[in-house]
Design a protein around this ligand. Structure first.
Ligand code: DHB
Ligand code: FE
Length: 283
């Protein structure tokens, strides 16, 4: 695999996502899975693979091609990308069975901790010539009883108007379009940024090649990633989408939920404005 001029981000996004994942060990927590449970789950996974082979008469050349592809996913560091696009949504659905308040969805591979802390009315760090429609998201963080959560952290990250994430695609300043907005005493916040573009899975890596080989499309609809934290409350990891946007009904990562779709209205100054409130349950 080479990093091409046309698509400078592809190969590097995988490798950077792998580095970032390795660095997040502490934040992820321990799995602590019993041998019985490992046996049950691994057996079920293998059974699914065996059934796919048997039901579809998979050939030796196909089996060997699959091995070569798996090796390439590892060598290019694309496992975090692949897992978060094709698998995380089910893990999140299982987790959300036990959760109340604002709907969560997948975190994806591009979160970075320890970004700049910003006041309750904030503009996300951006380049002087940052392209894209100005967007302001405001709202309130509350608990399930409606009590405002003063000092809640709205940790926000999103792609730029070309669909690229800082810290993963080359050429973007560190921390661009990322920030931890701290809600005021009334739980209120207002975040100004630019409208992100849809995100495309890097097409020249093994994940992209598999998508192409299957005749699928590699797109996620435009989205804001948001993690909301407040002392004594369960952290919400979610994404907000935009009504009418491309790929909303066919997200490759299957992570869109109807409750998470915004309808911003462009005001007379050209700013797309929308409100969204977050409700956190007690930990
Ligand atoms: C992936 C990228 C994203 O921006 C996202 O939100 C989810 C998944 C990915 O490439 O795996
Ligand atoms: Fe994303």
């Amino acid at each position: 695999m080479s990093i091409t001029q046309d698509s400078p981000t592809a190969a590097r996004s995988g490798a950077s996502a792998s580095e970032s994942f390795k660095a997040s060990k502490e934040r992820r927590g321990a799995a602590d899975t019993s041998p019985e449970r490992v046996s049950t789950i691994v057996s079920a996974v293998l059974k699914g693979v065996h059934a796919a082979i048997s039901d579809h008469d998979v050939t030796y050349p196909e089996f060997q091609a699959a091995k070569a592809w798996l090796m390439e996913v590892g060598e290019t560091g694309e496992w975090p990308l692949f897992m978060d696009v094709f698998v995380e949504h089910v893990v999140e659905e299982v987790a959300s069975r036990q959760q109340h308040g604002t709907k969560g969805t997948i975190e994806g591979p591009y979160y970075l901790p320890n970004q700049v802390r910003l006041p309750s009315t904030a503009v996300l760090p951006h380049r002087d010539d940052e392209a894209g429609t100005p967007l302001t998201l405001s709202g309130q963080v509350r608990d399930l009883d409606g009590t405002p959560l003063a000092g809640a952290e709205i940790d926000t990250w999103h792609a730029d108007s070309d669909g690229f994430y800082s810290g993963f695609a080359p050429g973007l300043p560190d921390g661009n379009l990322r920030g931890v907005v701290v809600a005021g005493d009334d739980g209120q916040f207002s975040i100004s940024t630019v409208q992100p573009a849809p995100y495309q899975i890097p097409t020249d890596g093994p994940t992209g090649k598999m998508i192409e080989a299957a005749g699928w499309h590699p797109w996620r609809p435009a989205h804001l990633h948001i993690m909301v934290r407040a002392a004594g409350h369960r952290t919400i990891t979610t994404q907000l989408y935009f009504a009418g946007g491309d790929w909303l009904d066919s997200d490759v990562a299957e992570a869109v939920k109807p409750e998470l779709v915004l309808e911003p209205k462009v005001d007379e100054t050209g700013i797309a404005r929308v409100t969204y409130d977050f409700e956190l349950e007690q930990a």
